[in-house]
Design a binder for this molecule. Sequence first.
Ligand SMILES: Nc1ncnc2c1ncn2[C@@H]1O[C@H](COP(=O)(O)OP(=O)(O)OP(=O)(O)O)[C@@H](O)[C@H]1O
Ligand SMILES: [Mg+2]
Length: 259
Amino acid sequence: MSQLDIRDLRVTVAGNEILKGLNLTIEQGKVHALMGPNGSGKSTLAYTLMGHPNYEVTGGEVWFKGQNILELEPDQRSHLGIFLAFQYPVAIPGVSVANFLRTALNSHRKAKNPEDKGMPIPEFRTLMKEKMDLLKMDHSFAGRYLNDGFSGGEKKRAEILQMAALDPEFAVLDETDSGLDIDALRNVAEGVQALRGPNFGALVITHYQRLLNYINPDVVHVMFDGRIVETGGPELALKLEAQGYDWVREAHQLVTSGQ
Ligand SMILES: Nc1ncnc2c1ncn2[C@@H]1O[C@H](COP(=O)(O)OP(=O)(O)OP(=O)(O)O)[C@@H](O)[C@H]1O
Ligand SMILES: [Mg+2]
Protein backbone atom coordinates (compact mmCIF):
# COMPACT_ATOMS: atom_id res chain seq x y z
CA MET A 1 0.00 0.00 0.00
CA SER A 2 1.83 3.12 -1.10
CA GLN A 3 -0.02 5.72 0.85
CA LEU A 4 2.13 8.26 2.65
CA ASP A 5 1.32 8.54 6.31
CA ILE A 6 2.94 11.31 8.33
CA ARG A 7 2.34 10.98 12.06
CA ASP A 8 3.09 13.67 14.64
CA LEU A 9 6.22 14.81 12.81
CA ARG A 10 8.53 17.15 14.70
CA VAL A 11 11.54 18.69 13.02
CA THR A 12 14.18 21.10 14.25
CA VAL A 13 16.32 23.27 11.98
CA ALA A 14 19.36 25.09 13.34
CA GLY A 15 18.02 24.71 16.88
CA ASN A 16 14.45 25.92 16.13
CA GLU A 17 11.45 23.64 16.08
CA ILE A 18 9.80 24.20 12.67
CA LEU A 19 7.45 21.23 12.29
CA LYS A 20 5.44 20.93 15.48
CA GLY A 21 3.51 17.70 15.36
CA LEU A 22 2.39 17.47 11.74
CA ASN A 23 -0.17 14.85 10.70
CA LEU A 24 -0.96 14.18 7.04
CA THR A 25 -2.11 11.14 5.09
CA ILE A 26 -1.97 11.05 1.30
CA GLU A 27 -3.76 8.03 -0.04
CA GLN A 28 -2.29 6.06 -2.94
CA GLY A 29 -3.10 7.72 -6.27
CA LYS A 30 -4.21 11.02 -4.73
CA VAL A 31 -2.81 14.47 -5.32
CA HIS A 32 -2.84 16.80 -2.34
CA ALA A 33 -1.96 20.50 -2.48
CA LEU A 34 -0.15 22.17 0.40
CA MET A 35 -0.47 25.91 0.84
CA GLY A 36 0.57 28.22 3.66
CA PRO A 37 2.34 31.51 4.32
CA ASN A 38 6.09 32.01 3.82
CA GLY A 39 8.08 30.35 6.58
CA SER A 40 5.28 28.05 7.74
CA GLY A 41 7.46 24.96 7.15
CA LYS A 42 6.41 23.61 3.75
CA SER A 43 9.94 23.21 2.34
CA THR A 44 11.07 21.87 5.70
CA LEU A 45 8.52 19.10 5.29
CA ALA A 46 9.71 18.43 1.71
CA TYR A 47 13.38 18.21 2.73
CA THR A 48 12.58 16.08 5.75
CA LEU A 49 10.68 13.59 3.57
CA MET A 50 13.80 13.21 1.40
CA GLY A 51 16.20 12.98 4.38
CA HIS A 52 18.18 16.22 4.11
CA PRO A 53 20.80 16.16 6.91
CA ASN A 54 20.10 19.75 8.12
CA TYR A 55 16.60 18.78 9.20
CA GLU A 56 16.68 16.99 12.54
CA VAL A 57 13.69 14.78 13.23
CA THR A 58 12.90 14.95 16.94
CA GLY A 59 9.66 12.99 16.85
CA GLY A 60 7.10 11.18 14.75
CA GLU A 61 7.03 8.70 11.91
CA VAL A 62 6.49 8.71 8.13
CA TRP A 63 5.16 5.44 6.74
CA PHE A 64 5.36 4.47 3.07
CA LYS A 65 5.10 0.93 1.69
CA GLY A 66 5.31 -0.62 5.12
CA GLN A 67 8.44 1.23 6.20
CA ASN A 68 9.14 4.21 8.39
CA ILE A 69 11.11 6.11 5.76
CA LEU A 70 12.73 8.34 8.39
CA GLU A 71 14.95 5.34 9.10
CA LEU A 72 16.15 5.16 5.48
CA GLU A 73 18.97 7.00 3.71
CA PRO A 74 17.94 9.52 1.00
CA ASP A 75 18.95 7.14 -1.83
CA GLN A 76 16.91 4.33 -0.27
CA ARG A 77 13.88 6.65 -0.14
CA SER A 78 14.40 7.43 -3.81
CA HIS A 79 14.66 3.74 -4.67
CA LEU A 80 11.43 3.17 -2.78
CA GLY A 81 9.74 5.50 -5.29
CA ILE A 82 9.75 8.89 -3.58
CA PHE A 83 10.78 11.96 -5.57
CA LEU A 84 11.33 15.59 -4.58
CA ALA A 85 11.31 18.48 -7.05
CA PHE A 86 13.22 21.25 -5.27
CA GLN A 87 12.05 24.82 -4.73
CA TYR A 88 15.61 25.93 -5.47
CA PRO A 89 17.30 23.32 -7.71
CA VAL A 90 21.10 23.31 -7.42
CA ALA A 91 23.46 23.47 -10.39
CA ILE A 92 25.88 20.61 -11.05
CA PRO A 93 28.46 22.03 -13.49
CA GLY A 94 30.25 19.27 -15.40
CA VAL A 95 27.34 16.82 -15.25
CA SER A 96 24.94 16.88 -18.17
CA VAL A 97 21.21 16.46 -17.75
CA ALA A 98 21.41 13.19 -19.70
CA ASN A 99 24.26 11.78 -17.62
CA PHE A 100 22.61 12.78 -14.40
CA LEU A 101 19.34 11.13 -15.40
CA ARG A 102 21.02 8.00 -16.70
CA THR A 103 22.96 7.60 -13.44
CA ALA A 104 19.79 8.08 -11.41
CA LEU A 105 17.78 5.65 -13.55
CA ASN A 106 20.49 3.00 -13.46
CA SER A 107 20.87 3.34 -9.72
CA HIS A 108 17.12 2.67 -9.40
CA ARG A 109 17.38 -0.37 -11.67
CA LYS A 110 20.32 -1.74 -9.71
CA ALA A 111 18.48 -1.31 -6.43
CA LYS A 112 15.67 -3.48 -7.84
CA ASN A 113 18.01 -6.02 -9.44
CA PRO A 114 21.70 -6.13 -8.44
CA GLU A 115 22.48 -7.98 -11.70
CA ASP A 116 21.15 -5.12 -13.84
CA LYS A 117 23.68 -3.82 -16.36
CA GLY A 118 21.97 -0.46 -16.86
CA MET A 119 19.51 0.80 -19.44
CA PRO A 120 20.87 0.37 -22.99
CA ILE A 121 21.78 3.75 -24.49
CA PRO A 122 19.30 3.64 -27.42
CA GLU A 123 16.47 2.86 -24.99
CA PHE A 124 17.61 5.70 -22.74
CA ARG A 125 17.75 8.16 -25.66
CA THR A 126 14.21 7.22 -26.69
CA LEU A 127 12.98 7.67 -23.13
CA MET A 128 14.65 11.10 -22.83
CA LYS A 129 13.20 12.29 -26.12
CA GLU A 130 9.74 11.09 -25.20
CA LYS A 131 9.83 12.87 -21.84
CA MET A 132 11.34 16.07 -23.26
CA ASP A 133 8.63 16.15 -25.91
CA LEU A 134 6.01 15.67 -23.23
CA LEU A 135 7.37 18.76 -21.46
CA LYS A 136 7.93 20.63 -24.76
CA MET A 137 11.63 20.96 -24.00
CA ASP A 138 14.27 21.48 -26.66
CA HIS A 139 16.35 18.32 -27.09
CA SER A 140 19.57 20.31 -26.69
CA PHE A 141 18.68 20.44 -22.97
CA ALA A 142 19.94 16.90 -22.51
CA GLY A 143 23.52 17.89 -23.32
CA ARG A 144 23.65 20.92 -21.02
CA TYR A 145 25.14 20.82 -17.52
CA LEU A 146 22.37 20.31 -14.99
CA ASN A 147 20.87 23.66 -13.96
CA ASP A 148 24.13 25.45 -14.85
CA GLY A 149 23.03 28.79 -16.29
CA PHE A 150 19.45 27.53 -16.64
CA SER A 151 16.78 30.20 -16.35
CA GLY A 152 14.41 29.89 -13.40
CA GLY A 153 11.75 28.26 -15.58
CA GLU A 154 14.25 25.88 -17.22
CA LYS A 155 15.33 24.64 -13.79
CA LYS A 156 11.73 23.86 -12.89
CA ARG A 157 11.21 22.02 -16.17
CA ALA A 158 14.41 20.05 -15.58
CA GLU A 159 12.99 18.95 -12.20
CA ILE A 160 9.83 17.70 -13.88
CA LEU A 161 11.88 15.97 -16.60
CA GLN A 162 13.68 14.03 -13.85
CA MET A 163 10.37 13.15 -12.28
CA ALA A 164 8.89 11.98 -15.58
CA ALA A 165 11.96 9.83 -16.33
CA LEU A 166 12.13 8.27 -12.86
CA ASP A 167 8.40 7.60 -12.76
CA PRO A 168 8.04 7.79 -8.96
CA GLU A 169 5.13 6.47 -6.91
CA PHE A 170 5.09 9.53 -4.72
CA ALA A 171 6.34 13.01 -5.61
CA VAL A 172 6.72 16.20 -3.64
CA LEU A 173 6.70 19.29 -5.86
CA ASP A 174 7.96 22.31 -3.96
CA GLU A 175 6.74 25.46 -5.73
CA THR A 176 7.44 23.98 -9.13
CA ASP A 177 5.13 26.65 -10.55
CA SER A 178 7.05 29.66 -9.28
CA GLY A 179 8.92 31.50 -12.01
CA LEU A 180 7.20 29.69 -14.87
CA ASP A 181 5.73 31.64 -17.76
CA ILE A 182 2.13 30.90 -18.73
CA ASP A 183 2.98 28.31 -21.40
CA ALA A 184 5.64 26.63 -19.26
CA LEU A 185 3.17 26.40 -16.38
CA ARG A 186 0.76 24.53 -18.61
CA ASN A 187 3.52 22.23 -19.94
CA VAL A 188 4.76 21.40 -16.48
CA ALA A 189 1.23 20.78 -15.24
CA GLU A 190 0.61 18.49 -18.22
CA GLY A 191 3.80 16.62 -17.31
CA VAL A 192 2.41 16.04 -13.83
CA GLN A 193 -1.02 15.13 -15.14
CA ALA A 194 0.56 12.54 -17.47
CA LEU A 195 1.90 10.67 -14.44
CA ARG A 196 -1.38 10.81 -12.61
CA GLY A 197 -3.01 7.46 -12.00
CA PRO A 198 -3.72 4.87 -9.32
CA ASN A 199 0.01 4.35 -8.64
CA PHE A 200 1.08 7.98 -8.40
CA GLY A 201 0.49 10.16 -5.38
CA ALA A 202 1.79 13.70 -4.95
CA LEU A 203 2.09 16.57 -2.54
CA VAL A 204 2.04 19.79 -4.55
CA ILE A 205 3.31 22.80 -2.61
CA THR A 206 2.16 26.08 -4.09
CA HIS A 207 1.25 29.65 -3.20
CA TYR A 208 -1.16 30.12 -6.05
CA GLN A 209 -4.44 28.55 -6.97
CA ARG A 210 -3.52 29.08 -10.66
CA LEU A 211 -1.47 25.84 -10.78
CA LEU A 212 -4.41 23.98 -9.25
CA ASN A 213 -6.56 24.93 -12.26
CA TYR A 214 -4.35 22.60 -14.28
CA ILE A 215 -3.57 20.02 -11.61
CA ASN A 216 -6.90 19.64 -9.91
CA PRO A 217 -5.98 18.38 -6.44
CA ASP A 218 -8.09 15.85 -4.56
CA VAL A 219 -7.41 17.57 -1.26
CA VAL A 220 -6.02 20.97 -0.21
CA HIS A 221 -4.24 21.60 3.11
CA VAL A 222 -3.15 24.79 4.78
CA MET A 223 -0.01 24.79 6.89
CA PHE A 224 0.60 27.32 9.57
CA ASP A 225 3.49 27.41 12.00
CA GLY A 226 4.53 23.81 11.45
CA ARG A 227 1.12 22.15 11.49
CA ILE A 228 -1.77 21.46 9.13
CA VAL A 229 -4.59 23.70 10.34
CA GLU A 230 -7.17 23.46 7.53
CA THR A 231 -8.07 20.67 5.10
CA GLY A 232 -10.66 20.80 2.35
CA GLY A 233 -11.34 20.38 -1.34
CA PRO A 234 -10.19 22.59 -4.23
CA GLU A 235 -12.57 25.32 -3.00
CA LEU A 236 -10.22 25.92 -0.07
CA ALA A 237 -7.53 27.16 -2.50
CA LEU A 238 -10.08 29.51 -4.11
CA LYS A 239 -11.04 30.89 -0.72
CA LEU A 240 -7.37 31.56 0.13
CA GLU A 241 -6.84 33.26 -3.21
CA ALA A 242 -9.80 35.55 -2.57
CA GLN A 243 -9.34 36.20 1.14
CA GLY A 244 -5.69 35.57 2.04
CA TYR A 245 -4.67 33.95 5.32
CA ASP A 246 -6.17 36.31 7.90
CA TRP A 247 -9.29 34.20 8.39
CA VAL A 248 -7.11 31.14 9.04
CA ARG A 249 -5.08 33.07 11.60
CA GLU A 250 -8.22 34.28 13.31
CA ALA A 251 -9.98 30.93 13.24
CA HIS A 252 -7.04 29.27 14.93
CA GLN A 253 -5.87 32.28 16.95
CA LEU A 254 -2.45 31.96 15.41
CA VAL A 255 0.32 34.45 15.81
CA THR A 256 3.18 33.94 13.39
CA SER A 257 6.47 35.46 14.41
CA GLY A 258 8.30 37.53 11.82
CA GLN A 259 5.28 37.96 9.53
N1 LIG B 1 18.85 25.96 7.29
C1 LIG B 1 18.08 26.77 8.03
N2 LIG B 1 18.61 27.53 9.02
C2 LIG B 1 17.83 28.33 9.77
N3 LIG B 1 16.50 28.44 9.65
C3 LIG B 1 15.93 27.69 8.69
C4 LIG B 1 16.67 26.82 7.83
N4 LIG B 1 15.81 26.21 6.99
C5 LIG B 1 14.60 26.69 7.30
N5 LIG B 1 14.66 27.56 8.33
C6 LIG B 1 13.54 28.31 8.91
O1 LIG B 1 12.43 27.45 9.00
C7 LIG B 1 11.22 28.15 8.77
C8 LIG B 1 10.41 27.40 7.74
O2 LIG B 1 11.08 27.49 6.47
P1 LIG B 1 10.53 26.75 5.17
O3 LIG B 1 11.56 26.97 4.12
O4 LIG B 1 10.17 25.36 5.52
O5 LIG B 1 9.23 27.60 4.89
P2 LIG B 1 8.22 27.52 3.65
O6 LIG B 1 6.85 27.28 4.21
O7 LIG B 1 8.72 26.60 2.62
O8 LIG B 1 8.26 29.03 3.11
P3 LIG B 1 8.18 29.62 1.59
O9 LIG B 1 6.72 29.71 1.28
O10 LIG B 1 8.78 30.99 1.73
O11 LIG B 1 8.95 28.72 0.69
C9 LIG B 1 11.64 29.57 8.36
O12 LIG B 1 11.47 30.42 9.48
C10 LIG B 1 13.09 29.41 7.98
O13 LIG B 1 13.82 30.60 8.22
MG1 LIG C 1 9.42 26.80 0.70
